[in-house]
Design a protein around this ligand. Structure first.
Ligand SMILES: Nc1nc2c(ncn2[C@@H]2O[C@H](COP(=O)(O)O[C@H]3[C@@H](O)[C@H](n4cnc5c(=O)[nH]c(N)nc54)O[C@@H]3COP(=O)(O)O)[C@@H](O)[C@H]2O)c(=O)[nH]1
Length: 740
């Protein structure tokens, strides 16, 4: 039989100690009596028999208490009663002198045993009781002071010690109970929670897991002993995960948060949300504590939402946002390791017309088929997205040759005939290609380049691919900026006019001026006419600008007409073909003459050879009217275009202006001299005056004069000057000859 001695597996209580100590107390008294009987020193009287019977009875009670501790209640009254009985028995035995030396030392033992389980009040009362009994016994037994006083001290000391021990045991038991309660609560929470809890030591060895750990990871507690994080980490999360764990372990009291995938025992990936706390310094934990939540469902929902946000619902292809995200990543990767990336923007030509003609459902079906075809043309690593209604974007590795052949394949795939709802459709696309480079700061810039190339492909005839050309794009951007600025140039008074003298080669007198436009813009500065005139021509702005220039020339002539030195001068005004083609041109010119009152004979209208010959019939008609109105007419840049002599003959011209390209070679290039001679002979035949443009040297002046050219214009005489300077030149020329 296993004796219920002290229960050392739980907190030792004062009752427990009392249970054992009281048994020993009574046993010692009985052994003492037995030994006295054996040595015949036992004095037997009726009272002593009663006392020994009481002790025996108490021994039996304590024996019962020892074996069946749960049956006996330890209430204060019963304990005091028992103590009273034992003290009575001791007193009788002492007074009867039944047992040798049953005196104050027995009371010390009683104090040591009974004060253990008593509450403070009862313990004080019991102490007094024992003390009083001790005093009575001392006087009855005639003990000397030196014999009983140390025993009384010992009695008090034993009582006090027993009391303190009793209290300590009680507090200890309470603390242990509380700890057990806390443990039970923790176990209940750890069992009830859906979150897996795990504690690992500083070597990341698992020291604790709760039951939910198995639910989340599939691993039972005993299987975790040899587990390593590395075995269950998703390869994509590995680096980040390691970084966080290292940080957590090395930073006392730190915490981490992470969302990653962990491998379930079944072999599938589980999305978990992990919070980790460093409690290595806490002696109760000495570990890293993790709370792990299975967020697979939430994550799946999130991923579904993300998929929806990043994909086109019709084709299922990645959408614009996805492309931007992908490109952001590609730009970052490029900064690190210069990876190659080609962006192909594939825009369907005339897709709007197809939608308009057959409806959007039909268009959608075509797009689905095109998606299939485009995807089939791509390599495994390529990325294709639907970027807009009729636009696909392909991101692929490779240089110009690969990108070009890929776009050729795409164009071929798109243009293969397509049958939708029994309708045969033939589509085509224009592809723009751009390559990622260090200058691209963000996806928008890279896409802008690919887009520009795509528009270039459209402009070049569609159904083709173009690679982005940065220089061309810079030119386009500047043209677009100048075009925008030029629209405000007139109203903002940014345009001005210069005058370049035309000088008679025989006597050096100024016979007239050519009016030359100048544009000074606050943002772009001085812009050369070679740059802005073509832009004005293209946008049609040359029409109002040309009329303004003509009116300014007339006003200047009216002003000069008032002085003798400047009265006979003529002004040559450049006229663009765009102006001539305007039906309103002739009435507006007439209105200018009316408003200014200037004679058209003082104005020479210059039209370039190439523009005049582009549309000869209309030119002949309009020039004839202008001629009838009284204007002088000049053919500018002669020799650079392809003049039909038949038409030339029919043009009502007064002047041929020899292009400066021929004058430039005069004196050095004999063929230029030959051409000039021929032009002069032709002009002579057609009875036209001749002006040499771009005369820069005295030698050229001399040669031209000998060849019979009438007038010269160029830097050797004067650059173009302001109206005021032109006027001064005229005043000077009236007295001085500029060249002879
Ligand atoms: N429709 C209109 N066209 C105009 C008008 N004003 C000018 N223009 C045309 O713009 C082109 C460029 O003109 P610009 O830069 O003013 O150049 C002229 C002269 O400065 C230049 N020039 C004159 N002398 C010399 C020289 O000795 N050497 C040299 N290298 N260049 C010289 O030639 C230009 C004049 O050319 P042209 O008209 O062919 O006589 C030019 O085509 C202008 O016509 C306008 O109001 N309307």
């Amino acid at each position: 039989m296993k004796l219920p001695l002290l229960r050392l597996d739980s907190a030792l209580t004062s009752n427990e100690v009392f249970r054992v100590a009281s048994l020993f107390l009574y046993l010692i008294l009985l052994v003492h009596a037995a030994m006295a009987a054996a040595t015949q020193r036992l004095v037997v009287s009726d009272a002593s028999v009663l006392a020994l019977s009481l002790v025996t009875l108490l021994f039996l009670v304590s024996l019962g208490r020892f074996f069946w501790p749960r049956v006996v209640a330890y209430d204060q009254g019963r304990l005091l009663f028992e103590m009273g009985i034992v003290m009575l028995a001791i007193s009788i035995l002492a007074l009867q002198r039944t047992l040798p030396s049953v005196d104050l030392s027995s009371l010390i033992a009683v104090a040591g045993v009974f004060l253990l389980p008593l509450e403070t009040g009862a313990a004080v009362a019991a102490t007094f009781g024992i003390l009083v009994l001790g005093l009575i016994l001392r006087s009855e037994l005639d003990m000397r002071l030196s014999d009983w006083l140390p025993n009384m001290y010992a009695l008090l000391f034993a009582g006090l010690l027993a009391r303190l021990l009793g209290r300590a045991l009680k507090q200890n038991a309470l603390a242990l109970d509380q700890a057990k309660l806390d443990q039970r609560r923790f176990d209940a929470i750890a069992r009830a929670t859906r979150h897996a809890l795990m504690i690992v030591d500083d070597k990341f060895r698992i020291t604790y897991v709760n039951p939910a750990f198995q639910e989340v990871t599939g691993y039972a507690e005993e299987e975790t002993r040899h587990m390593s994080f590395r075995d269950v980490n998703h390869p994509d999360d590995e680096i980040e995960s390691k970084k966080k764990l290292r940080y957590l372990r090395n930073m006392p009291s730190s915490s981490i948060f992470s969302r990653h995938r962990t491998l379930h025992k079944d072999g599938h990936w589980v999305w978990v949300e992990v919070r980790g706390y460093n409690l290595l310094h806490d002696p109760a934990i000495k570990g890293l504590v993790f709370s792990i939540e299975d967020i697979s469902e939430r994550k799946e929902y999130e991923l579904r939402l993300e998929h929806q946000a990043l994909h086109d619902p019709l084709t299922g292809l990645p959408n614009r946002r996805h492309v931007l995200k992908r490109l952001t990543g590609a730009i970052e990767a490029f900064r690190e390791n210069q990876t190659r990336l080609a962006v192909l923007v594939c825009n369907l030509d005339f897709f709007k017309s197809l939608n308009d003609m057959h409806g959007h459902d039909f268009g959608d079906k075509c797009l689905l088929e095109l998606t299939r075809r485009i995807s089939a043309e791509l390599a495994p690593g390529d990325f294709v997205a639907r970027f807009g209604g009729n636009e696909f974007v392909v991101l692929a590795d490779g240089g110009p040759a690969e990108a070009k052949s890929k776009s050729e394949a795409l164009l071929a795939a798109v243009s293969r005939q397509l049958v939708v709802e029994n309708v045969i459709v033939k589509l085509q696309a224009s592809v723009g290609i751009a390559f990622l480079h260090a200058g691209h700061k963000n996806p928008a810039e890279l896409l802008r380049d690919a887009d520009a190339a795509m528009y270039q492909a459209k402009e070049s005839g569609r159904n083709r691919a173009e690679i982005f050309d940065a220089a061309l794009q810079d030119l386009r951007t500047r043209r677009a900026q100048l075009d925008a600025a030029l629209r405000f140039a007139l109203e903002r008074d940014e345009l001005s006019l210069n005058y370049q003298p035309k000088v008679a080669l025989d006597d050096g007198t100024i016979r007239g001026f050519e009016l030359l436009l100048r544009w000074n813009n606050p943002q772009h500065g001085e812009i050369a006419p070679q740059e802005f005139i073509p832009i004005a021509e293209e946008s049609g702005l040359i029409v109002p600008i040309g009329l303004w220039a003509l009116e300014q020339a007339c006003l200047q002539l009216r002003s000069w007409g008032r002085h003798r030195a400047t009265a006979d001068v003529t002004i040559a005004v450049n006229v663009s073909m765009r102006q001539l083609l305007q039906s309103s041109f002739l009435p507006e010119v007439a209105a200018i003459l009316d408003r200014t009152g200037v004679s058209p004979a003082a104005i020479e209208l210059e039209l370039t050879e190439s523009s005049a010959m582009a549309n000869p019939l209309q030119t002949i008609e309009t020039l004839s009217i202008l001629k009838k109105m009284g204007f002088r007419l000049a053919l500018d840049d002669f020799g650079t275009g392809y003049s039909s002599l038949a038409y030339l003959q029919k043009l009502p011209l007064d002047v041929l202006k020899i292009d400066k390209a021929f004058i430039h070679g005069l004196g050095t290039n004999s063929s230029d001299a030959e051409i000039i001679r021929l032009i002069l002979a032709l002009a002579h035949t057609l009875k036209l005056d001749t002006v040499a443009e771009g005369v820069e040297t005295a030698e050229q002046v001399m040669l031209l004069k000998h060849m019979g050219c009438h007038l010269g214009q160029g830097y050797t005489f004067s650059r173009s000057v302001t109206a005021r300077e032109a006027e001064q030149l005229l005043h000077l020329a009236s007295s001085t000859v500029l060249a002879s």
